[in-house]
Design a protein around this ligand. Structure first.
Ligand code: PLP
Length: 385
């Protein structure tokens, strides 16, 4: 049997749309009404949004009423990262934002906090949050000015490293802080239970779990304390995010969330493929440098440098050979910047690093196909061609 013409190893950038998510979207595409309308057609559209809310809530064991749908994770981050919160009608001020230095740019940019009210906390050379350093900065927080708001990723999109979110949470709570967790890469791949209260808010993205692009959510542990809305208008999403919801996108997001919840065990197979891939790369190119090795990582991610070949060159060579991979993090423009995650880990790699991120659609044949082609590229790199 002939192999696939293209092999996709870029699930951390975006997962292919799942068949059942596509079917769920197609099934509601002809519902024309506005989900806020009170007539029968409107109620039908509203039922689609309600089902999606239940499905997304179930993925992280949340109360469906605490799910605020947004246009994606970036918007959910922008909503959460504001100094202005309210508890009922009473305003609550977050006076300083503490952001992990290895976070995704959507939180690293600091939302609507002024530059002087933001502070980065470091990771160690293995990519894990430096807990004593975080404790030190949060302990110095001036509570007279307001509460500390802390944001950190659950799993890193480049290295795949899984942060000790429970420990971070304990530390934040001990200092009377509010904790926002960017769970975009962890959702659907690791069990997440917001009902334990480890996070005050979770940021989720549809397209990383096999739903459509353009949908995401901010999920709250409790809706007593909520950020002031970023987008005001018709009062949709219980006033937390105005603008007519997209039943089509949300049907896909909801179905993808349900699929993810039901297929969590399958990621063990992906971890097995990932380990084979990693071993194979090491055999073919023993000088390769792997990042966040030995730490708990997502089951699907490899981040490595090939000495003698720039990551961009390697990515282009792999693309020409039929493999979709990412050098460092892909910027919106398609250009490739130096990895701020590696920089935060104190890694100086002239070549940069390449990320292979697998998913449930990959097979052992994909791995052996990759290793065959990679061996030729690594040979060229070693001979300086
Ligand atoms: N957070 C993390 C960890 C991500 O990997 C990404 C996307 O790469 C985002 C946030 C942004 O997600 P979205 O594309 O839904 O805005």
């Amino acid at each position: 049997m002939a192999g696939k013409s293209r092999i996709y190893f870029d699930y951390n950038a975006s997962a292919p749309l799942l068949d059942d998510a596509r079917a769920a979207m197609i099934a509601v595409m002809d519902i024309d009404a506005n989900p806020s309308s009170v007539h029968a057609e409107g109620r039908k559209a509203r039922a689609v949004v309600k089902k999606a809310r239940r499905q997304v809530a179930a993925l992280v064991n949340a109360n469906p009423d605490h799910v605020v749908f947004t246009s994606g994770a970036t918007e959910a981050a922008a909503l959460a990262l504001t100094p202005h919160y309210s508890m009922g009608r009473a305003p609550v001020n977050m006076s300083r934002l503490y952001v992990c230095a290895a976070d995704h740019p959507c939180t690293l940019e600091g939302g609507s906090f002024r530059a002087e009210d933001r502070m980065l906390f470091p990771v160690r050379d293995n990519g894990l949050v430096d807990l004593p350093a975080l404790e030190q900065v949060v302990a110095l927080h001036d509570h007279a000015a307001g509460l500390p708001l802390v944001v950190c990723h659950f799993a890193n999109n480049e290295t795949g490293v899984i942060q000790p979110v429970d420990e971070i949470s304990r530390l934040v709570k001990a200092n009377r802080g509010v904790f926002v967790v960017d769970a975009v890469q962890a959702a659907g791949r690791l069990p997440i239970d917001i009902s334990t209260g480890f996070a005050d808010y979770l940021i989720l993205s549809s397209h990383k779990i096999g739903g459509p692009k353009g949908a995401g959510a901010l999920v709250a542990f409790s809706d007593l304390l909520m950020p002031m809305p970023l987008i005001r208008g018709g009062g949709q999403e219980r006033g937390h995010r105005s603008g007519t919801e997209s039943p089509v996108n949300l049907a896909g997001f909801g179905q993808a969330a349900e699929h993810a919840l039901n297929s969590m065990d399958e990621w063990q197979d992906v971890a097995h493929l990932r380990d084979q891939l990693e071993e194979g790369i090491r055999e073919v190119a023993p000088t390769s440098v792997f990042y966040a090795q030995g730490e708990k990582r997502l089951p699907n991610t490899i981040f490595f440098s090939l000495p003698g070949m720039k990551a961009e060159t390697l990515q282009i060579a792999l693309d020409l050979d039929g493999f979709a991979t990412s050098p460092g993090s892909a910027c919106s423009s398609g250009k490739v910047g130096a990895s701020h995650v590696l920089a935060a880990m104190g890694v100086q790699s002239g070549e940069g690093a390449i990320r292979l991120s697998l998913g449930l659609g990959n097979s052992a044949a994909d791995v052996s196909d990759f290793l065959q082609k990679f061996a030729k590229i690594a040979e060229r790199a070693a001979s300086g061609e």
